[in-house]
Write a protein that binds this ligand. Structure first.
Ligand code: JD8
Length: 395
C-alpha cells in the first residue's frame, strides 16, 4: 500500500517512521511519503491561506496549492493506481473499525491534512471529479475539535496498517479484538497472580479454556453495556442467538440474504456465475425441501442461516450466512456449531465449500478444525473443506 501525506507541518508526521508504520515500511508492506504543501506555492511567503469568502474568523486554505499537489502526486509520474483521498475533518464520517477494514483494502491512500478553518471546499469537490481518485473519504476522529488533520492522519494510518495482510503475526488475534466483535475489550492480567493485595480472577488460572472464553465474553458484554450501550446489539445482551428450523415463509428473506452475502464473494472472485447469484426465490423455496435449513432472527429480521444435508456419510453444510452489518459478533460460529450438532448419526464427516479467495472464511473454517481437501478449478474454486466428526458422549 502507498501512503502520501500533504501537510504544512511535515515534522508533525515524523511518528510515521516509528513503531508500527515504521516496521510496516521496513517490511515493505507500505511506502509512505510526506509532502510539504508549501512546495506547491509560488510566492515569496509560500502562502497557503487566505481570508474566508463571506467573512468570519480565521483563514481558509487556498485551493491552488492543493490542486497542483494533487496533479503531481496523482499524475502518471507517480503511478500506484487511483488513490483514495482521506480528508480529516470534524465534519467527517466517524473513524470505525469497519471503515479501517475498508480502507485497508485500498492500494493507495492520500491524506489531505488541513489547518486553519479548513480547506476550500472546491478542493474536495475537484478531487471527487478526478479519474485518478477512487474515492474521497472525509473522516473524523471524534466529536471534539482539533487544530488540524495530522493527528487524525496518524490515527487512521495506525488503524489501517495493522490490518494489512501479513502485518499482524497471527491474523487470528485481529479477529478477537474489540470492535471486531462489536464489543469492548475484556480486562487482561499477567503475572504476578497477586499484586498489592489484588488477585487475578481465578478462572484465568484454571486452564479451562471454555470457562475462560465464557468469562471474557461476559466481561466484554458487561463493559460494553456499562460504557458503550450504543454498541450493544439485542443478541449480545441476550447472549443467545436463537437458531430455529426455517419455514417456507422464510424463503423470500433467505433469498435476499443470500444475494447480499454472495455478492461480496462474487466481487472477491470477479465471478458472477456462482450458484447463489443464479437462483431466484423459487429456488429458495425448493431448497427448503432438499436441505435441513435453520435461521436466526434478531429484532424480527432474518439475520443468519445455515443448512445441511446427508450425502452417504458426509454431512454437507452449506449457505452459512450472516447479515453483513452483524458480522464479527460470533453468529457465524453459532450457526456452524449448530449445523454440526444437528447432523444425523450416520454422518461421520462434515463438508463445506467457500471461495478459494475468501481469506476470512478460510481462516475461520480452519480455526474450527476444517482442512482444505481440494480446490475446484472454477473462477472462485470453490475450496472444499472437510472435518472428521468427533463423537461426543451423546454420539
Ligand atoms: C481537520 C483544520 C481545525 C476545525 C476550526 C479548529 C478530525 N475529530 C476532529 N476534530 N477536529 C478535526 C480536524 C480539525 C481541523 C482540520 C480535522 C483542519 N482543523 C478547524 C474546524 C473549526 N478549526 C478532526 N479528523
Amino acid at each position: 500500500m502507498r501512503l502520501d501525506y500533504l501537510t504544512i507541518f511535515p515534522d508533525y508526521l515524523a511518528p510515521l517512521g516509528l513503531s508500527l508504520p515504521g516496521r510496516a515500511a521496513t517490511r515493505g508492506l507500505v511506502e509512505m511519503h510526506v509532502h510539504d504543501l508549501r512546495d506547491w506555492t509560488h510566492d515569496r511567503h509560500r502562502t497557503v491561506d487566505d481570508t474566508p469568502y463571506g467573512g468570519g474568523a480565521g483563514m481558509v486554505m487556498r485551493p491552488e496549492p492543493w490542486g497542483e499537489a494533487l496533479d503531481d502526486l496523482l499524475g502518471p509520474s507517480v503511478g500506484g493506481g487511483a488513490a483514495t483521498v482521506v480528508v480529516p475533518s470534524p465534519a467527517g464520517r466517524p473513524l470505525t473499525q469497519a471503515l479501517a477494514r475498508e480502507l485497508a483494502t485500498r492500494s493507495r491512500l492520500l491524506f489531505a491534512c488541513g489547518r486553519y478553518e479548513g480547506i476550500d471546499q472546491r478542493v474536495i469537490d475537484h478531487a471527487r471529479s478526478r479519474p485518478d481518485v477512487e474515492e474521497v473519504v472525509e473522516i473524523s476522529l471524534g466529536d471534539y475539535v482539533l487544530n488540524g488533520g495530522e493527528v487524525a492522519a496518524l490515527a487512521v494510518t495506525e488503524a489501517v496498517v495493522r490490518l494489512l495482510p501479513g502485518f499482524m503475526g497471527n491474523a487470528a488475534s485481529l479477529e478477537e479484538e474489540s470492535h471486531e466483535q462489536g464489543l469492548l475489550e475484556y480486562p487482561v492480567y499477567t503475572k504476578p497472580a497477586t499484586w498489592r493485595d489484588h488477585e487475578v480472577p481465578p478462572v484465568l488460572l484454571s486452564g479451562n479454556h471454555a470457562a475462560i472464553a465464557a468469562w471474557r465474553h461476559e466481561q466484554a458484554v458487561q463493559r460494553t453495556a456499562e460504557r458503550r450501550p450504543d454498541l450493544l446489539h439485542p443478541s449480545h445482551a441476550a447472549g443467545q442467538w436463537q437458531v430455529v428450523p426455517a419455514v417456507p415463509s422464510d424463503a423470500a428473506e433467505l433469498h435476499v440474504l443470500t444475494l447480499a452475502c454472495w455478492v461480496e464473494e462474487a466481487l472477491v472472485h470477479d465471478d458472477l456465475t456462482i450458484p447463489p447469484l443464479q437462483e431466484g426465490v423459487e429456488d429458495a423455496v425448493a431448497a427448503l425441501t432438499e436441505w435441513d435449513t435453520y435461521v436466526v432472527r434478531a429484532g424480527g429480521r432474518l439475520v443468519g442461516s445455515v443448512r445441511g444435508r446427508l450425502e452417504g456419510t458426509t454431512w454437507q453444510i452449506g449457505r452459512l450466512m450472516v447479515a453483513p452489518d452483524l458480522r464479527g459478533r460470533g453468529l457465524g460460529r453459532v450457526l456452524l456449531e449448530h449445523a454440526e450438532r444437528v447432523a444425523p448419526p450416520a454422518a461421520s464427516t462434515y463438508l463445506l465449500h467457500t471461495g478459494k479467495g475468501s481469506e476470512t472464511n478460510l481462516r475461520r473454517y480452519k480455526r474450527a478444525g476444517y482442512r482444505i481437501r481440494e480446490v475446484l478449478d472454477g473462477p472462485s474454486g470453490p475450496a472444499v473443506l472437510t472435518k472428521q466428526r468427533r463423537r461426543t458422549a451423546r454420539g
